[in-house]
Design a protein around this ligand. Structure first.
Ligand code: NAP
Length: 309
């Protein structure tokens, strides 16, 4: 199937272009970007021009930041094409609901991707937790924003999500692996005095079974990043680390099993998109974004030192 990529920036180049090139499902037919392009692929600055020149493009994968994404997604759906969304699927929950309804009415597939859920050991962690009673869950997502978002001021603008841009990856895994739903109880947002969005956050969740669940996100981490979820149950404990790539059960490392889980996060997202299109289905799990929205609703704001890249 012919696919077009829109928003040719860091993640498009790092992950989407290689994942599409390595897939037998997809052929990159065009790019749409105001300034970026991919060598050897026809490039356009608007979706309308691209569809005019390449009516055979069936799917558009959107890689721009969340705030401008809605207008692009709505245009793709109105053009009767399927649409794939980078995480987070939008800047607000209500726009995501509208896109989901538009796609259903137009009979096209929409896929809100969560790349971290495709990490190698996430499915194993979910299976291990399925029958167990939770006691404590701690999510730690700490990384250096200068390393992962060099010079990207949009991440600190309103709608850029701040530290929730990586933190939502932890929440996407949390909502995938826990056997029970959780909701936010309280939040603390640390916002640099010269920015709109938090550079760090602490969250506490309510769990129906009474487990203590918390999350800590920090973009001021220097050195190695920490992308870890620790779960203590009544029957053992697990540690999912390296963003879901590594799993320890009761302190013992679990070997990765051969299979699709080892193909890489983005190749699996593109396989899933191919399946959704073939089966005429959509996937739009908005739980991670709902938790982030609730953190902004409930969060107490603390002003911290200014931040410059
Ligand atoms: P980026 O490089 O700053 O932006 C991607 C591209 O989006 C830009 O090159 C730009 O292309 C386009 N763009 C920017 N602002 C726009 C606007 N107002 N209107 C239309 N297009 C605009 O960002 P990124 O790091 O690739 O992140 C993009 C998305 O991927 C985010 O949702 C992020 O959470 C997600 N993501 C990022 C990473 C990562 O490591 N950076 C990892 C996983 C997921 P043109 O100027 O050429 O149009």
């Amino acid at each position: 199937m012919k696919i077009a990529l829109a928003g040719i920036g860091k993640i498009a180049r790092d992950q989407h272009v290689p994942a599409i090139a390595g897939s037998s499902d997809w052929d990159l037919g065009a790019t749409v970007s105001r300034s970026g392009s991919v060598e050897g692929v026809p490039s356009f600055t608007s979706l309308a021009e691209m569809f005019e020149a390449h009516p055979e493009v069936e799917v558009v994968s959107l890689c721009m930041p969340p705030k401008p994404r809605f207008d692009y997604a709505a245009e793709v759906i109105r053009a009767g094409r399927h649409v794939m969304l980078e995480k987070p699927p939008g800047a607000t929950l209500s726009e995501c609901h509208i896109l989901r309804d538009m796609a259903a009415a137009a009979g096209v597939s929409i896929y809100a991707t969560w790349h971290s859920r495709q990490a190698a050991q996430v499915a194993a962690a979910k299976a291990w937790l399925a029958e167990r009673a939770l006691r404590h869950v701690t999510v730690i997502w700490k990384e250096d924003v200068r390393r992962w978002h060099p010079g990207q001021d949009w991440v600190f603008e309103a709608g850029g999500l701040g530290v929730f841009d990586p933190g939502i990856n932890g929440l996407s895994i949390l909502t995938e692996i826990l056997p029970d739903p959780v909701h936010l109880r309280s939040a603390e947002l640390l916002v640099p005095e010269n920015r709109q969005a938090p550079i760090a956050a602490r969250l506490a969740f309510h769990h129906t079974g009474g487990a203590q669940i918390s999350a800590e996100f920090d973009w001021r981490q220097e050195g190695e990043e920490l992308w870890t979820i620790e779960v203590e149950t009544e029957d053992g404990a697990i540690r999912l680390s390296e963003g879901g790539a590594s799993l320890h059960i009761d302190g013992k490392e679990v070997a990765q099993v051969d299979g699709a889980a080892n193909d890489g996060e983005y190749p699996q997202l593109y396989s899933q998109m191919a399946m959704l299109v073939r089966e005429g289905r959509s996937e739009m799990d908005l739980r991670p974004l709902a938790l982030v929205a609730d953190a902004f609703l409930l969060g107490e704001r603390r002003v911290v030192a200014p931040f410059e890249f």
